[in-house]
Write a protein that binds this ligand. Structure first.
Ligand code: 13P
Length: 263
């Protein structure tokens, strides 16, 4: 089954409405519609609403960076998946910055994934080990725990439709510093896919889309997209620069797909 290459820009806590709008318009001018590539933008929550009315949905889909697992109620300061239903297609869940800075637990991430699919949105579940996990030889155990907990209580259909992003914490935002080697990324992605196969069978594991994230820019992206079983990339810093982000989309286009374009 052919899957679209997924290029996701996680703008994190950057850009006000004017800045986000400008970047979105520049990307719109620069990026062509490719039928085999899906480009997703994840602005901050405040900016999502105005961007959602400006965006060309033939070119981009939107993602939220987080949401709360209850649908409504006395949870001051939170926004639910239910409230995002008309705005976004995807929600990023369990990003390491949320696990680390906001103490999101394995169980909380599992509840968010469940709330996301309950509200007909597609989770982009982030998993990845820290530098200390890797030094201690515990990377596989960490990935196993993150994947199996987050996927419990889902149907096969829900799992095959979701996206998992492998983002080793030690490789995030290190531009010019440590970069994960494609061999290592492949090995951990294969391991993640195996966890899905053990839980939901081979077919589901082949259908679930697995992305790589961690200091990806237009210069290094080809090495990651060339990995067998890598279905796309989750981009942080470089997604704030329209040359770099559209360059990433160009590379995906050249690598994967024979020059077919719809626009
Ligand atoms: P960088 O691309 O800045 O390393 O961020 C990766 C990331 O955390 C995307 O979610």
């Amino acid at each position: 089954m052919s899957k679209k290459t997924l290029i996701v820009g996680n703008w994190k806590m950057n850009l006000n409405t004017a800045g986000a709008s400008l970047l979105m318009h520049r990307l719109h001018e620069r990026i062509k519609i490719h039928r085999d590539i899906e480009v997703v933008l994840a602005p901050n929550l405040l900016v999502l609403q105005p961007i959602s009315v400006q965006i060309d949905r033939r070119k981009f889909r939107l993602a939220a960076q987080n949401a709360y697992q209850k649908d409504e109620g006395p949870y001051t300061g939170e926004v639910s998946f239910t409230m995002l239903q008309d705005l976004v297609h995807y929600v990023i869940i369990g990003h390491s910055e949320r696990r680390i800075h906001f103490n999101e637990s394995l169980d909380e991430v599992r509840d968010k994934v469940a709330a996301c699919v309950r509200n007909d949105l597609t989770p982009i579940l982030c998993v990845g080990e820290t530098h200390n996990d890797r030094k201690a030889g515990e990377s596989k155990q960490v990935l196993h725990d993150q994947v199996t907990t987050a996927l419990s209580n889902l149907t096969s259909q829900e799992v095959e439709n979701m996206v998992i992003a492998y983002e080793p914490v030690w490789a995030i935002s290190t531009f010019g510093g440590e970069l994960a080697k494609p061999d290592l990324v492949k090995s951990e992605m294969d391991f993640i896919r195996k966890q899905v196969a053990d839980l939901y069978g081979q077919k589901v594991s082949e259908r679930v889309r697995i992305l790589y994230g961690g200091s990806v820019d237009n210069n290094v992206v080809s090495g990651f997209l060339a990995i067998e079983g890598c279905d796309g990339v989750l981009v942080g810093g470089a997604s704030l620069n329209y040359h770099k982000f559209s360059g990433i989309v160009d590379v995906a286009y050249k690598l994967g797909h024979n020059g077919d374009s719809d626009g």
